[in-house]
Design a protein around this ligand. Structure first.
Ligand code: NI
Length: 136
């Protein structure tokens, strides 16, 4: 069993808030991420897959194929978008990095299985110091 990771990057806006809370209460619970006029992050996404090396190519997977898949299923839908308003797979969810990792996992899992390999983890850096990892 071998693991390989592809990194992709995207920029997106979001706001963490609950409609029933006041702006003050949202600020107390969600901090700066509750700014009423949105804000953005430079997200880094790490998709790790696992499987066996193909003896013919020496590869686990062609990384170009994997990258294209991640771009089609995730990056094109989210890059330079508002996660709360414009991203179909995040509809009706709190736009947290945790939910984003779960949403991206669900976007990718089936297609990656279709390549004969297994999705192992989705890791997202929201900032240099904060990241989330999801293992399904
Ligand atoms: Ni934020």
């Amino acid at each position: 069993m071998i693991y390989i990771t592809r990194r992709e990057r995207f920029n997106a806006a979001h706001r963490l808030f609950k409609e029933e809370y006041s702006d003050e209460k949202n600020m107390e619970v969600f901090g700066k991420c509750s700014n009423p006029n949105w804000h953005g992050h430079n997200y880094e996404l790490f998709v790790t897959v696992k499987g066996d090396v193909d003896p013919e190519t020496g590869f686990l997977v062609n990384l170009k194929t994997l990258s294209k898949m991640i771009r089609e299923k995730v990056i094109e839908k989210i890059d330079h978008k508002n996660i709360n308003l414009e991203v179909d797979f995040m509809k009706n969810k709190m736009a947290s990095t945790e939910n984003l990792a779960i949403g991206i996992w669900n976007q990718l899992e089936k297609s990656i299985s279709g390549l004969g390999i297994t999705l192992y983890s989705v890791k997202i850096y929201e900032s240099e110091n904060n990241f989330v990892e999801y293992f399904g």
